[in-house]
Design a protein around this ligand. Structure first.
Ligand SMILES: [Zn+2]
Length: 290
């Protein structure tokens, strides 16, 4: 049950978007959220082999396969979408995360075009954290700024951490003139606050969007798989920089979200990644928005 969000979208556009997502093609799906319009934008679908290297690093692939089988999913892989969120309030056109980038088959710019928005119209880019599947799309295939009119907001701890990553040197050079840092917890735009979510990267944040009585939280990489991360939030994921802190944050935040019934956007859940967390016994399940 979605309490805080009014969903209204053009049915024909919706069915086209769903069909395209199944083939890993560009997709955009818009929800009206108080006076705001939020649009999920598809970038890519990635399959992570169930080999114990990423999911369930502390329990092994057989345990992960058991959880996948119980959910009726293939057991040899964990399928993760990479999506981003567009927020439009009539004045600002804000993009939260940018996908992998066109050089690794990211489709975000095509999805943005489906939403009727040109890259030059983006006023602010908010980054949840500086992993490649969230910042790769800050540059074009030609290596120029993908959103040339935008200020790019990155938490100070993550921006500092990124400076030490030699393989990101070219991207850092291109985006540096656009970057404005903030402290996790700061307000970053009208009606949008950053929310520290510790464990994934040094400055990983979610973004709390408030519109009238409605609230929506972009959870960043608090969770990855809509199946495994919710069924077993205490299983380590190697993507977390500090695995123990990641587990503690995941458990605590999922409990809060299940209690509040707050609507979330989860960039790695199945497109469009908007819905709610529901408690079920000692774990959680995903309730996608209809
Ligand atoms: Zn990610």
């Amino acid at each position: 049950m979605i309490k805080h969000l009014t969903f209204a979208f053009v049915l024909s556009a919706c069915s086209i978007a769903l069909a395209q997502a199944a083939e890993d093609a560009p997709a955009a799906r818009t929800f009206h959220f108080g006076p705001l319009q939020v649009t999920a934008l598809h970038d890519k679908t990635n399959d992570i082999p169930d080999d114990g290297k990423v999911f369930g690093a502390n329990v092994g692939p057989e345990a992960v396969a058991g959880v996948l089988a119980a959910a009726g999913a293939p057991t040899d892989k964990v399928s993760l979408d990479v999506d981003a969120l567009l927020v439009q309030d009539g004045k600002k056109t804000i993009l939260i995360d940018t996908g992998l980038g066109p050089n690794v088959q990211g489709l975000l710019l095509q999805s943005l075009a489906q939403a009727g928005v040109a890259p030059e119209q983006i006023t602010d880019v908010l980054i949840t954290h500086v992993h490649g599947d969230h910042i790769g799309g800050l540059v074009t295939a030609q290596g120029t700024q993908a959103f040339p009119k935008a200020v790019v907001k990155i938490s100070k701890p993550d921006w500092q951490w990124l400076q030490g990553q030699a393989n990101m040197a070219a991207l850092i050079k291109v985006i540096t003139p656009q970057v404005k840092t903030f402290a996790p917890g700061d307000k970053v735009a009208p009606g949008i606050n950053s929310v520290p979510l510790k464990g994934h990267t040094p400055g990983h944040v979610g973004y709390q969007i408030v519109s009238g009585q409605s609230r929506l939280l972009d959870v960043g990489d608090l969770v990855h798989s809509s199946i495994v991360s919710l069924a077993q939030p205490e299983w380590a994921i190697t993507f977390d920089d500090d695995r123990d802190e990641g587990i503690a944050t995941r458990r605590a935040e999922l409990k809060k979200l299940a209690d509040s019934h707050e609507t979330i956007f989860a960039p790695h859940f199945p497109f469009p990644g908007i819905g709610q967390i529901q408690a079920e016994g000692d774990h959680f399940i995903w309730v996608p928005a209809k």
